[in-house]
Design a protein around this ligand. Structure first.
Ligand code: ADP
Ligand code: MG
Length: 245
C-alpha cells in the first residue's frame, strides 16, 4: 500500500471570526503530485500554511507521516524540516551568497558537515543550471534565477514533501518556463511528493496526479488530474478553467 505522507481531516480554520477553511479532508501519498487550484482568496495559501505549521488551525487534524502538526508544540519545528516550501517571493538573505543561502539550513539547522552540505548544494545547483552563480549575491540574479535558488535551498534539506505556492506569480513571463521545468523534473525524475498551487493551467495539467479545487474555503472537487481538466464536475470549476484560458 502507498505510504500516506499528508493527511488532513476535518480541518477548520478561522482568522478571528472569519471562517476561511471548511471541513477540509484529503491525503497525499508518497510520490504523488497534487495541484491545489482555485480562485484568488479561496484559501489555497492558508491551507498550504496549515500543512507545515506556519498557521494555527482551530479544529481537525493535520498529520505528516502520522505525526500531528501542532504549531504551538515544540516538535513541529523538527517535522517542518522534512517539508520544503517555496513562496511567491524568494526571500533569500541579501547579505549572503547563493551558496551560503543554501547552506544555512543544512549546516545551522540540521548540523550537516559543511563539506557534505556544500557537495550536495553544488550538485543541486548543477541540476538547475546555476552552479556558476554560487558565489554571487541575490541582487545579481534575475527573478527566475532567485526562484530557482529558493527551490534548491528547500531541496537541500532533503524534504519528504515540497509545497509550492504560486512560485512563478511574480516572475516576468520569459522566466516562468525555467522555474516550472525544475518542478516538472522534480516530479518526474525524483518522484518527489508535492502540493503545488499555481495559475499555470498547462503546467498543472502536465504534472498533477490529482487536483483539489478549492472555492470559498471548501474543496469542491477532488479528482484525477486528467479528469479535472477534461471534465470538471462542477460549474464553478468549469467557469474557473474558462477564466484561465
Ligand atoms: P488564496 O491563497 O487562495 O488566494 P488565502 O489563503 O490567501 O487565499 O486567503 C483566504 C481568505 O483568508 C481570504 O479571504 C483572505 O482575505 C483571508 N486571509 C488570508 N490571510 C489572512 C490573514 N493573515 N488575516 C486575515 N484574513 C486573511
Ligand atoms: Mg495565495
Amino acid at each position: 500500500m502507498a505510504k500516506e505522507i499528508v493527511k488532513v481531516e476535518h480541518l477548520e480554520k478561522f482568522y478571528q471570526k472569519r471562517h476561511v477553511l471548511h471541513d477540509i479532508n484529503f491525503s497525499v501519498n508518497e510520490g504523488e503530485v497534487v495541484a491545489l487550484l482555485g480562485p484568488s482568496g479561496s484559501g489555497k495559501s492558508t491551507l498550504i500554511r496549515c500543512l507545515n505549521g506556519l498557521e494555527p488551525y482551530q479544529q481537525g487534524e493535520v498529520t505528516f507521516n502520522g505525526e500531528k502538526i501542532v504549531p504551538t508544540e515544540k516538535n513541529w519545528q523538527k517535522i517542518r524540516q522534512k517539508i520544503g516550501m517555496v513562496f511567491q517571493s524568494y526571500d533569500l538573505f541579501p547579505n549572503l551568497t547563493v551558496l551560503d543561502n543554501i547552506l544555512l539550513g543544512p549546516v545551522k539547522v540540521q548540523h550537516q558537515s559543511k563539506e557534505a552540505a556544500t557537495a550536495s548544494a553544488e550538485k543541486l545547483l548543477d541540476q538547475v543550471g546555476l552552479r556558476e552563480y554560487e558565489n554571487a549575491y541575490p541582487r545579481q540574479l534575475s527573478g527566475g534565477q532567485k526562484q530557482r535558488i529558493a527551490i534548491v535551498r528547500a531541496l537541500a534539506l532533503n524534504p519528504e514533501l515540497m509545497l509550492f505556492d504560486e512560485v512563478t506569480a511574480s516572475l516576468d513571463p520569459e522566466m516562468v518556463r525555467g522555474v516550472l521545468n525544475i518542478i516538472s523534473n522534480l516530479a518526474q525524475d525524483s518522484n518527489m511528493t508535492m502540493i503545488v498551487v499555481t495559475h499555470e493551467m498547462n503546467f498543472a495539467q502536465q504534472i498533477a496526479d490529482r487536483v483539489l479545487f478549492l472555492e470559498d474555503g471548501k474543496i469542491l472537487e477532488q479528482t484525477k488530474g486528467s479528469q479535472f481538466f477534461e471534465q470538471p464536475q462542477t460549474d464553478r470549476a468549469k467557469a474557473f478553467l474558462d477564466s484561465m484560458d
